[in-house]
Ligand binder design. Structure first.
Ligand SMILES: [Zn+2]
Length: 134
């Protein structure tokens, strides 16, 4: 067997043994609870030997708040640096980040120009969000 074919076969067999997803135990700063963060290989990249490496920034999803690592860091920062009566400006309302912050910061503002939802109850008053007048 050629070295190239041997290497290809080993890579194929290793891929069969790799889990599609796995859990990592940790503490969710938003839920303030011990959880098993879900890790998958979506948005992963190949290491020097061709083996997939999880995209840790876009993975490590909390099973309770459903925030990935990047969004959880943003939510934790905003929650730690604001109070329940503070106004928090959000640029979207489609992700678990919005759901999490809306529940804990009732005065959250949403940039209306970046959404298609007509049920926005709270909208900021920046120029794109102001009603058009002719
Ligand atoms: Zn959480």
């Amino acid at each position: 067997m050629s070295p190239e074919l041997q290497s290809e076969m080993e890579g194929f067999e290793h891929a069969l043994l790799m889990p599609v997803q796995f859990d990592v135990a940790g503490q969710c700063a938003v839920c303030e609870a011990a959880v098993a963060f879900g890790v998958d290989f979506q948005w992963s990249f190949a290491s020097w030997n061709g083996q997939p490496v999880p995209n840790w920034r876009e993975s490590l999803s909390c099973p309770k708040c459903h925030l990935n690592n990047r969004m959880r860091a943003s939510a934790a920062y905003l929650l730690a640096n604001s109070g329940p009566d503070d106004v928090v400006f959000l640029t979207e309302m489609l992700t678990p980040l919005f759901t999490t912050l809306e529940r804990r910061r009732p005065y959250a503002l949403v940039h209306r120009a970046l959404t298609t939802d007509v049920h926005i109850l709270k909208a900021c008053s920046c120029m794109p969000c102001l009603p058009m007048t002719s």
